[in-house]
Design a protein around this ligand. Structure first.
Ligand code: KG4
Ligand code: ZN
Length: 367
């Protein structure tokens, strides 16, 4: 078998996703995406202002079969053509992870297929290996040079990871409280914006003056690679409270409408989040003397963050490799890239060894 056809499944949070890719058995950079299907649960969770875990697992159960079938159909493959499976085993919501893992286990057992167990955070890192914005571009993968520093900024995580060689990870900094995506989501909620808050807040921020309010950029000291966003959230709450936009429970006061002021708050809060992310990333990259910065995770879809990172990377002569927009938020194609690299290095198990883990750490992989 020279060519491997890999089916990847991702259900760690609120997106049910499947992707089929092909690659040469010894060359993961030869990946060709054949399909990537994402069934988003956003509409359902938006009613609750955030992800409702029990509902998320129930919806994964409903969607997983049709999503996998669609991924196979779009790839013009049948299950008989699949050589291997890959599935996200953590970190994530345990009920959500279980659906993907058990589905994969059943498929692997029935078809006698090998399985690659994937770490969701690693998938966000490997997504930055995709070659530019057009995910149909050929070649699909452009490998960055290592060592590199990866910024993972998502709804559940915000961390800086030093990758000195393939699969060798050292978490050099992480958030001490809220993740950056969580900060976007919580501030958006106080502004009566829909879930997920990141895209809604940055859309509103376009009309605002980011200098109108000064919100704290936490832990700005040079020798500290950790993040903190809960102080910012509290500062925004007190400002909104003083303006009468939220009540004492931080719930939006619905009849209070002043779009300009809200836009100014959105722009100022976004600026503080972006500034913290950019400052910490550039400082760490310079101190650790890496030449390459990788960026991934849902928050990396933020336009201001992409622009600011690009500017600062250029000023400091650093090579910046940001995940293409289409792959920033959760999807199975990003995970498939990690899957192909693990397959080619022999990190392959079977249905018997699959185990979901809600708090799975990003750890080195023996090869
Ligand atoms: O990676 P992801 O899809 O899921 C997790 O692994 O957590 O990230 C979702 C997060 C949410 O918090 C969402 O608000 C944020 O990414 N996000 C954004 C943008 N698009 C999504 N945050 C800021 N600006 C955006 N454009
Ligand atoms: Zn994610």
């Amino acid at each position: 078998m020279e060519k491997v056809i890999l089916l990847t499944i991702e259900t760690s949070c609120d997106e049910t996703a499947a992707s089929v890719v092909s690659f040469h058995k010894n060359k993961p950079s030869s990946i060709t995406p054949l399909s990537s299907v994402v069934a988003s649960q956003i509409k359902t969770h938006a009613k609750y202002g955030g992800v409702f875990p029990e509902l998320a697992s129930r919806l994964h159960i409903e969607k997983i079969n049709p999503v996998v079938e669609k991924a196979l159909k779009e790839a013009k493959k049948t299950i008989e053509n699949i050589d291997a499976l890959a599935v996200t085993v953590g970190p994530g919501l345990i009920g959500s992870l279980l659906v993907g893992v058990e589905f994969t286990r059943g498929l692997a057992m029935a078809r006698q297929l090998p399985v690659v167990a994937l770490n969701h955070l690693e998938g966000h890192i490997f997504a930055s290996y995709a070659n530019g914005e057009a995910t149909t571009r050929s070649p699909f993968i452009k490998e960055p040079s290592l060592p590199a520093l990866a910024l993972i900024a998502s709804g559940g995580h915000t961390m800086l990871v030093l990758i000195d060689k393939e699969f060798h990870y050292k978490v050099v900094g992480q958030t001490l409280d809220d993740a950056s995506g969580e900060a976007f989501d919580k501030i958006a909620r106080m502004l009566a914006l829909p879930y997920p808050g990141g895209p809604a807040l940055s859309a509103l921020a376009k009309y605002g003056n980011s200098k109108k309010f000064t919100f704290p950029v936490a832990l700005a000291q040079k020798d500290n690679d950790n993040f903190s966003f809960s102080g910012l959230k509290t500062a925004v709450y007190y400002k909104l409270r003083s303006l009468g936009f939220v009540n004492e429970k931080a719930e939006p006061v619905l009849n209070k409408n002043n779009k300009q002021l809200k836009s100014d708050i959105a722009a100022s809060a976004q600026k503080a989040i972006v500034e913290a992310l950019v400052k910490k990333t550039i400082n760490a990259a310079l101190r650790l003397r890496v030449k390459t910065i990788l960026g991934g995770g849902g928050v990396m879809a933020n336009t201001l963050l992409r622009e600011e990172l690009a500017k600062k990377a250029q000023d400091n002569k650093l090579d910046l490799r940001l995940t293409p927009l289409a792959l920033c938020t959760d999807n199975a194609l990003s995970m498939a890239i990690a899957g192909a690299y693990h397959w080619c290095r022999g990190n392959v198990g079977s249905w018997q060894t699959l185990e979901p883990c809600a708090s799975l750490p990003l750890k080195d992989v023996k090869v």
